[in-house]
Design a protein around this ligand. Structure first.
Ligand code: C2O
Ligand code: CU
Ligand code: CU
Length: 409
């Protein structure tokens, strides 16, 4: 999609269940957002016209039907969505789709005898579904043939629950150039990057040495700590499956003529983020997974709430004034939770009461909450006839109640 376009989307539901399609990261009004209120019934077609008015970025889209989001995304309903604009195209970044500019949707799954299996039960509600097989763009054991030059990777974590700690097998460094909201101001040289569910990261990786390397991930240790084997539900025996793994192998070859400049630009994007001195109010979100509620619930996961309240489609939790700037303090318990807020790109103002991490920078729509964070947010998109959501992007947490909704008017 191109900045300035009005994109006519046509979404037909071919399932035997309700679904929705949420444009994660698109800055558009609430009624176009594709959240739990824009249900597409089986056989029905939804035709929103999407006004693209934001900087170039790597986004995603996925099912967001309440209570079935995790199951539908795990079954395949997620994809990448790219926004481009003149500023980005003027930078000389690698931008030949599928050649030196690769959108990479990362997901983990469990298979049994070649068939996808969907673990369930209390343990899965608590930790989220994780798998021992990592797919990139739907491929098992993937290999990317790349030109032996600078290559752009647009990483999208479309996994239900797994947090990736990504690096290269030969520890080569790379440049981090973009996040959920688009390009950073300046490239950041890194050797490893964390990617939580819902997050995106754009990287420039130099393959001019012609040597093969793999993108690998460390183990995902995110856990609610109460995960004794005895609590595992049926089919969940492998929730310890989030072991270190190879994500994607790269084989550089002399491929075609470079159109990109081959250098990392010094200034990628200039952006006026929200202004902290304009913040008119504070709100607090506490992401809870209380033991009490959990154990008392027949269906499992009953204790997953925000500010003690499980999600309710018929309750607007917060009412925000259109055009205003606010600070949202988000804290969590027991695990790291990726908080995602619809309809905005925010800045991380503080983490754990101090400076944000290097990896917190840039315009974000999803950040990991372990220590409490303060988010600086300007609300420029209306959500009046339909609210926006905020939720944990561990999809099993979201489905089981760790979500709230807000209107903007
Ligand atoms: Cu990516 Cu509310 O979702
Ligand atoms: Cu979203
Ligand atoms: Cu969570």
């Amino acid at each position: 999609m191109r900045r300035g376009d009005d994109v006519a989307a046509v979404v037909t539901n071919g399932l035997n269940a309700d679904t929705t399609v949420h444009w994660h990261g698109l800055l558009i009004p609430g009624e176009l957002d594709g959240g739990p209120h824009q249900i597409i019934a089986p056989g029905a077609t939804w035709r929103p016209t999407l006004p693209i008015r934001q900087p170039a970025a790597t986004l995603l889209y996925h099912s967001h039907v309440h209570g079935l989001t995790a199951e539908q995304v795990y079954s395949g309903l997620a994809g990448a969505l790219l926004v481009t604009d003149d500023e980005e195209q003027g930078l000389g970044l690698p931008s030949e789709y599928g050649v030196d500019d690769l959108p990479l949707l990362i997901q983990d799954r469990q298979f049994e005898n070649g068939r996808l299996v969907m673990p369930g039960g209390m343990m899965v509600a608590m930790q989220g579904r994780r798998g021992d097989t990592i797919l990139v763009n739907g491929a098992v054991n993937p290999l990317a043939a790349v030109p032996n030059r600078l290559v752009r990777l647009r990483l999208v974590n479309a996994s239900n629950a797994r947090i990736y700690e990504l690096s290269f097998s030969d520890r080569r460094s790379f440049h981090w150039i973009g996040t959920e909201g688009g390009l950073l101001e300046h490239a950041v040289a890194l050797e490893a990057i964390t990617l939580a569910p819902g997050q995106r990261a754009e990287l420039l990786v130099d393959f001019t040495d012609g040597r093969s390397a793999s993108l690998v991930t460390a183990a995902d240790t995110n856990s609610s700590m109460m995960g004794g084997m005895g609590m595992m539900g049926r089919g969940a025996r492998r929730t310890d499956a989030a072991a270190p793994a190879t994500v994607l192998r790269f084989e550089p070859r002399p491929l075609g003529q470079a159109r990109a400049s081959g250098v990392v630009p010094t200034l990628l994007a200039s952006r006026t983020g929200p202004d902290a001195s304009k913040a008119v109010r504070r709100r607090r979100l506490s992401l809870n997974m209380g033991m009490g509620g959990m154990m008392g619930s027949g269906s499992g996961g009953g204790g997953l709430t925000i500010n003690g309240k499980p999600f309710d489609m018929n309750r607007i939790d917060e009412t925000v004034k259109l055009g205003s700037t606010e600070i949202w303090e988000v804290s969590g318990e027991m695990m790291r939770h990726p908080i995602h807020i619809h309809g905005v790109h925010f800045d991380v103002l503080t983490r754990g009461g101090g400076q944000p991490d290097v990896l917190d920078q840039g315009p974000r729509d999803t950040v990991l909450v372990k220590e409490p964070v303060e988010l600086l947010i300007r609300f420029d998109q209306p959500a009046k006839s339909a609210p926006f959501m905020y939720h944990c992007h561990i999809l099993e947490h979201e489905d089981n109640g760790m979500m709230g909704q807000f209107s903007v008017a």
